[in-house]
Design a protein around this ligand. Structure first.
Ligand code: UD1
Length: 418
């Protein structure tokens, strides 16, 4: 296992190219199951999670061929089982369920189980597919789903917003017989990106960007070429890097409109963000102020930015409160940040952060993808040296972290685990 060593205290300055979004690439790759034609995805980041998805698709019969930043997907479905060893590595594997059912009328997908940030059930995915005519049994840790005569359209009202369930049902409905309506659907930019690709493949979808998606099923989908949108979470994360170090960074290709509440919360904290044709300039000239945030579905403050924002608030003037409403166990970075000198008290779904003047380097441990980056941020701002272990969490979703940060002057290197 590798670690990352950072010597902090350097204001970052330079340009960071924002990669294609991981959370858009994952469902877009599963669209390879929806057609016999070739699907070409461009602006694809090189990430461990995407390699896992390629491995999963390959064992379903869909070859994923990389060429630079492009993935070319093609092949016929030869196997409808998503095995435990891959699904347990990456929960987004559940996204093959809808496409497999729609395409070959059966799917056997290992139940994802819990993960570091909570129990994360998949009941909304299953109920939605049942409403579309699937028969679902849970057996020996697997979801056994069949729809011998194919899926049909349905009127589905989600009791709460789920990104993954919206994606699974959107893909399934594209090939279902008749009209499907998804109400209280997720509105994340990655959903719109997925719908845009499905439309390019011949799907008939209305309501993009809204909480009601209407899908008129078609008999077949064809090949397409689609460029993946820039990663809004990577954008927000590096915006925090500029802010926490008191630097100035151009986030190349970043799109302000996709940031939702992250933009206003950063500005409220005293960060200067300027839109330009090349991307977003992020700068902190003066002090940071404490700001309260509550995580919510898009366009609210994303749970995937909560840990990074908390690191920023750790060195802001005054107190701030962070409330996590999406996942029940997403404060594991708190004790690690406190080891670096932060003053954070977590209780239930909320954490109070009392800003300190400075953090100090320490040996800390990454616990999940976004929590790892909150430790990187704290280390970039801290005096002295920090070593962050278990960086494989980071590699799942952040491309070329050391190169991107080093390009802005950070002292960061990857080392063999201590
Ligand atoms: C996606 C993102 C993840 C992000 C999350 C919330 C991907 C690959 N992952 O995850 O990075 O943190 O959205 O923005 O895009 N829930 C249920 N039953 C279900 C489905 C979800 O109870 O059937 C709950 C979850 O446990 C969670 C909440 O709903 O509490 C939201 O989860 P969801 O939006 O589905 O997250 P994911 O799609 O798993």
């Amino acid at each position: 296992m590798e670690s990352i060593r950072i010597t902090g205290g350097i204001p970052l300055a330079g340009t960071i190219p924002i990669s294609g979004a991981k959370n858009a690439a994952l469902p877009l790759m599963t669209c390879g199951l929806l057609t016999d034609d070739r699907l070409v995805l461009s602006n694809v980041a090189s990430l461990a999670d995407l390699a896992t998805m390629a491995q999963l698709l390959a064992q379903h019969g869909i070859a994923v061929e990389p060429s630079g930043r492009t993935l070319s997907l093609g092949g016929r479905i030869t196997n409808a089982t998503a095995p435990y060893d891959i699904v347990s590595k990456m929960r987004a594997s559940i996204l093959v369920l809808g496409p497999l059912l729609a395409r070959v009328h059966e799917a056997r997908v290992s139940l994802p189980g819990g993960c570091n940030i909570g129990t994360r059930p998949v009941d909304l995915h299953l109920k939605g597919l049942e409403a579309m005519g699937a028969t679902i049994k849970l057996e020996a840790g697997y979801i056994d789903a069949t729809a011998p005569t194919g899926l049909h359209g349905a009127n589905i009202v989600f009791p709460f917003v789920s990104v993954g369930a919206t994606e699974n049902l959107l893909m399934a409905a594209s090939l279902a017989d008749g009209l499907t309506t998804l109400k209280n659907a997720a509105r994340e930019p990655e959903i719109t990106d997925l719908a845009t690709c499905l439309i390019a493949m011949g799907a008939n979808i209305q309501g993009l960007g809204s909480d009601t998606l209407t899908i008129q099923g078609v008999k077949t989908l064809h090949g397409a070429t689609h460029a993946i949108l820039p990663d809004r979470i990577e954008t927000g994360t590096y915006a925090c890097a500029a802010a926490i170090t008191g630097g100035k960074i151009l986030l190349q290709n970043a799109r302000a409109a996709d940031l939702g509440a992250v933009l206003s919360s950063l500005r409220e904290a005293g960060v200067i963000i300027t839109d330009s044709p090349d991307g977003l300039w992020v700068e902190r000239a003066n002090g940071l102020h404490g700001v309260d945030i509550v995580t919510e579905p898009f366009p609210g403050f994303p749970t995937d930015m909560q840990a990074q924002f908390m690191a920023l608030m750790a060195v802001a003037e005054g107190a701030s409160m962070v409330t996590e409403t999406i996942f029940e166990n997403r404060f594991m970075h708190v004790p690690e940040l406190n080891r670096m000198g932060a003053r954070i008290n977590a209780h239930g779904a909320s954490a109070i952060i009392r800003g300190v003047k400075s953090l100090s380097g320490a040996q800390v441990m990454a616990t999940d993808l976004r929590a790892s980056f909150s430790l990187v941020l704290a280390a970039l701002a801290a005096s002295g040296e920090s070593v962050i272990s278990r960086v494989y969490h980071l590699d799942r979703g952040y491309e070329a972290v050391e190169a991107k940060l080093r390009g802005c002057g950070a002292h960061i290197e990857r080392i063999a685990a201590l």
